[in-house]
Design a protein around this ligand. Structure first.
Ligand code: PAF
Length: 284
């Protein structure tokens, strides 16, 4: 496994044999089973697999957890080695953002609601770094988790708008036994908060079950999620949403699919989760 922090060396390896397909899994490290599921899929579908580990300062607001974001590069590399990853890109912040850096990528409408309302500069940071990683590695396919639903919508829009020649592969959320979506930020939770955090999944399942029984009123789906989250004393609701899965606009009446999502604080830790519900999903 090659572990590389320089862009010229990445390019040299990437193009050593131009006939090979490359799968890319962009990460901020502190890997868990969710990341490893993306790695396994990338390995199954490509000749070569690359993982990037970069805690991207541009996607954190000054008030957010950049300095405390969990990091363990040695452990990450051991896990990736065991998965048979070919290349790990571990750039420094100045490699990605040299002192004269002045270009950003903004995906307009779909970056604004939900996470974008709570974190106004977040998706510009995500889109800019992912555009750079795509240009540096030029992968055939790139793998992202459905857990960050809005991120997948923003990045798919960017790929279409800017004609990146990359297939975007969105993979299912990987969950703990009690349904909590895996996330590096789960490490911040106290044992009591960790137990309470299962309420996100319960709230989404309550709305999904109502949808399956024919509920199509957006307000009622949102209300069900709110009521469920409010049953948990350690949870402080940030938002619930029943939105169009493509535009991310809140729905009054669900016609086809609906992205049910929520963000909830447990102390200072903010967790997100979502379920995509559609007539098609229900029939599966
Ligand atoms: O999902 C993440 O871990 C990050 O947002 C990403 C895509 C690696 C960009 O920094």
């Amino acid at each position: 496994m090659n572990v590389i922090d320089s862009i010229p060396e990445i390019r040299q390896l990437r193009w050593a044999d131009p006939t090979l397909s490359w799968g890319l899994v962009p990460t901020m490290g502190y890997l868990h089973e969710g990341h490893l599921a993306l790695v396994r899929r990338a390995k199954a579908e490509n000749d070569q697999t690359a993982v990037t580990i970069f805690v991207n300062p541009a996607q954190f607001a000054p008030t957010e957890d950049l300095s405390t974001y969990p990091r363990d590069l040695a452990r990450d590399l051991t896990l990736l080695q065991a998965e048979g990853v070919d290349l790990v890109f571990t750039p420094t912040a100045t490699t990605i953002y040299p002192p004269d850096f002045q270009t950003t990528v903004t995906v307009q409408q779909v970056s604004q609601p939900l996470e974008g309302a709570a974190r106004p500069t977040h998706f510009q940071g995500v889109a800019t770094v992912v555009a750079k990683l795509f240009n540096i590695l030029q992968p055939t396919r790139a793998y992202f988790g459905q857990k960050d639903a809005q991120q997948t919508v923003v990045l798919r829009q960017m790929v279409r708008d800017l004609n990146f020649n990359v297939a975007m592969i969105i993979c299912p959320t990987i969950r703990e036994a009690d349904g909590l979506a895996m996330s590096s930020r789960n490490a911040y939770l106290s044992p009591e908060q960790r137990q309470a955090a299962a309420v996100l999944r319960r709230a989404l399942l309550a709305a999904q079950s109502a949808y399956a029984q024919g509920e199509r009123r957006g307000d009622h789906l949102r209300q069900l999620m709110t009521e469920t989250i409010n049953t948990e004393p350690l949870a402080r609701l940030d938002y619930v949403s029943a939105a169009d899965p493509e535009t991310l606009q809140e729905l009054t009446d669900v016609e086809e699919g609906v992205l049910l999502s929520t963000a909830v604080f447990f102390g200072k830790t903010r967790l997100i989760d979502n379920i995509l519900a559609s007539a098609y999903e229900m029939a599966k």
